[in-house]
Design a protein. Structure first.
Length: 498
């Protein structure tokens, strides 16, 4: 007999807390629909009290998806819970996720409180949330560093108060797998009413142990895992959905999920593209090199029998061995098909045509257009609606000469031009740009990444720009890295103008 493991995806809440990865409501709906196709049981759609944007996103996601449970996060505060309940009014299946810190560190320094008072607040929050919904999840924040005896006392109290799921987070990513597994086992053995609720894991990756800790929790009785696509999340990230799903599949453990693993790769690429968060090449399951073999010995073994070095079939995670290669001779149908494989459904013929025209221009510059290029093109139309746009850019540079850049901007329909010198082409271009904008901005971080190999490839640029005491995150992509850099800077400007 197999056990059922519920997959709780928090990409749109915990994952979105990564600096620079914030999505608008339309993009969140797109991700939520893809998560539904993937087979996620619970979608944590946001923290409604935190902002009007989060509140509205929970409402719209509730309308957009059908069968997954829609979850809204709160603190153990009545106002938070009121707002969460209001945001969930259109959800077909709804859950309020409330909780409070339970470690001595949180109790003393965060709340200036004591164990008894925290226990009372935990119970009160669950009872208050229960007035609105039947499905209430309680999180014991920093449970990883909470004394097991006290944690068991809290867990038993909130279950008796009506919690249907109890989340045991390793908030700081500090636990070792054996330690975390034993914590779950202790709760399973010492909480009298443990059969009345599902125990959930929520592990962070500060020491690289998030997946190992989550698996240890599952093997010791947890039957919900809280995960994100690509393992994105605060600091070093969260447990990766794709890693847990494929571990269970590959090891044929008698624990089943509802995940359609063939949707993993397109979901990964969609989230990476929309959040402008590159997937590292050596990332397990979904990295560019996950199924690549460069060692001669490995290549020889794989050619003789793929099982010598591959424990997974690439098709199981949505990688097609016979992927269509797109070039300048490919038609709209091939482009539209590849978009759908990548999880982007474009039903509007006019939008398909706009993407296709951009695709042709890019295909003329490159020999082949890869999946990341296509996703970049599909999201490029967002820039057309922004106040500041790049009209033209010309740069003269070389060894032994000072770089010179001329730039033209369209700012809400008005045209501006400037020129400047600089210490290299990017510096010259940004100096010319700042002459037009005339704001005191400081470039805090500048990262360049090639999507794949080749000098004709698209380069991705990620920037952090500080203005007026706030840091803004920008993104640009182009076959010309100087243009990509300027576009990333303009992306930051549009964000603080907004």
């Amino acid at each position: 007999m197999t056990d059922r493991l519920f997959i709780f995806d928090t990409t749109l809440r915990d994952g979105e807390q990564v600096p620079g990865c914030q999505l608008n409501t339309v993009e969140k709906i797109q991700v939520a629909k893809q998560l539904e196709q993937l087979g996620v049981d619970v979608i944590e759609a946001g923290f409604p009290i935190s902002s009007p944007g989060d509140f509205n996103s929970v409402i719209e996601i509730s309308k957009a998806v059908t069968w997954p449970v829609i979850c809204a996060l709160t603190r153990a505060v009545e106002k938070d819970i009121d707002v969460a309940a209001e945001s969930l009014k259109y959800a077909k299946h709804k859950r309020i996720h409330t909780g409070i810190g339970t470690s001595d560190s949180h109790i003393k320094y965060k709340f200036q409180s004591n164990r008894d008072e925290i226990l009372e607040r935990a119970v009160a929050a669950v009872k208050y949330a229960k007035r609105y919904v039947d499905d209430v999840e309680f999180y014991a924040e920093d449970a990883g560093r909470t004394d097991n005896e006290y944690l068991a006392k809290v867990v038993e109290a909130v279950i008796r108060a009506g919690a249907t799921v109890v989340n045991i987070p390793d908030t700081t990513g500090y636990c070792l797998p054996e330690e975390y597994g034993n914590k779950i086992k202790y709760l399973m053995e010492h909480v009298d009413c443990i059969d009345k609720a599902i125990i959930s894991t929520h592990c962070h990756n500060d020491l690289g142990l998030a997946t190992a800790n989550t698996l240890s929790g599952v093997l010791n009785g947890a039957r919900q895992v809280e995960v994100t696509i690509n393992g994105i999340g605060e600091r070093a990230g969260n447990t990766s959905l794709e890693e847990i799903s494929m571990i269970l599949k590959c090891h044929k453990l008698e624990i089943e999920t509802n995940i359609n693993t063939a949707k993993i790769y397109p979901t990964s690429r969609m989230v990476s593209s929309l959040m402008n968060m590159p997937v590292q090449p050596n990332k397990a399951i979904v990295g560019r090199n996950a199924f690549a073999h460069s060692s001669g010995i490995h290549q020889d073994g794989v050619l003789k029998n793929v099982s010598t070095y591959e424990i997974m079939n690439p098709k199981d995670v949505g990688l097609d061995d016979n992927s269509i290669v797109l070039t300048a001779r490919s038609g709209r149908a091939a482009l539209k098909y590849r978009l759908s494989v990548l999880g982007v459904e474009v039903d509007d013929d006019e939008k398909v045509d706009k993407i296709y025209q951009k695709f042709l221009r890019l295909a003329d510059q490159k020999k082949e257009v890869n999946d990341d290029d296509i996703l970049m093109l599909a999201g490029a139309d967002i820039a057309e609606t922004r106040a500041v746009k790049l009209d033209f850019l010309q740069v003269t540079t070389g060894m032994g000469v000072r770089s010179v850049a001329s730039i033209g901007l369209d700012i809400s329909g008005q045209k501006f031009e400037e020129a400047s010198t600089g210490n290299g082409p990017v510096d010259a271009a940004i100096c010319a740009l700042k002459k037009i904008i005339q704001k005191h901005m400081t470039l805090k971080e500048f990262t360049i990444q090639a999507i794949s190999k080749g000098s004709d490839d698209i380069g991705k640029v990620h920037m952090q720009v500080e203005y007026n005491g706030h840091v803004y995150y920008g993104f640009g992509a182009n076959t010309d890295i100087v243009t990509a850099s300027v576009e990333a800077y303009i992306d930051c400007i549009n964000k603080f103008k907004r």
